[in-house]
Design a protein around this ligand. Sequence first.
Ligand code: OKP
Ligand code: ZN
Length: 343
Amino acid sequence: MIIVYSPDHALQEGRSELHDGKIVPCFESPRRAALVLAGIEAAGLGPVEAPQRFGLDPVRRVHAADYVAFLETAWGAWVAEHGDHDALPFTWLAPDMRRVLPDHIDGKLGYYAFDAGTPITAGTFRAAGVAADVALTGAHRLADGAPCAFALGRPPGHHAGRAHYGGYCFFNNAAIAAQALRDRGAARVAVLDVDYHHGNGTQEIFYDRGDVLFVSLHADPKQEYPYFLGFADETGSGAGEGATANYPLPFGTGWDTYAEALDHALGRIAAFGAEAVVVSLGVDAYKGDPISRFRLDTPDFAALGRRLAGLRRPTLLVMEGGYAVEAIGLNVVAVLRGFLDAA
Ligand code: OKP
Ligand code: ZN
């Protein structure tokens, strides 16, 4: 399986995030991708390829130009105002306030962000651009005929919407890849999100479109972040009516419950007639994950990979979450091995 990787992910190294009322070290760290790569090399999977550079045009196919420009300039504006430590917002719009872009960087952060866990650093914009390139490289490999590829990038992407960041995400790598597959000629593309958290950004980006199916298994937003999207009654709008499917699952979900929802989700993708599948691959449904409350074990991730291969469609796996660093390599390798065994 083609693995796309660049060490430049390490340009995003946030210092701290707001977690349970405390400022704690970032869970989303460069170690994560390094350990996944080490696992892949130890398992003899590959080849490992560097990403090509695609520039910002394919990013702007799913993100607003003003949002991309904000991310490019935010660090400089922050440093000029506050000095060269991580930028975090502290205030946001309530729904009855006015969405007018402030001049001050603190207001801009609140305008574009939706949480206090996603620091902008000196390298954020470049790292996010590389993560998009990693996903795009995988998408183009599929369009050129590869049956599968794994985009091993970070920061992750599925919480990033058309014009907002949060949940450790800035550019929506999976959405950018899905759009690139459409632009390379796939008539229908499915995004399957198996990260523990709902992919609110991906859902928002494709919500009114009938050409990209978004299907997500995740912790019930009544109980878990991102709280304000991901309910079962969100099914798409306009041309996209019926092209969004959410499977909210309770705390404590183990493989049996998960697999039942997964099989239903895979049935939706087959019925949709997807010509390519992008998987938002978080492994934070793992029982040992420090911020999550599902109970999947490493062999369950292999079973997940086998089921993904059972779709028998060109498949791009895109790295999202997974914070149990001691197991992240094993869990991702389990998915890839399971996929290859059943392919
Ligand atoms: C990103 B991805 C705060 C927990 C939530 C944000 C989680 C972002 C997850 N106590 N913090 O979907 O793995
Ligand atoms: Zn997650």
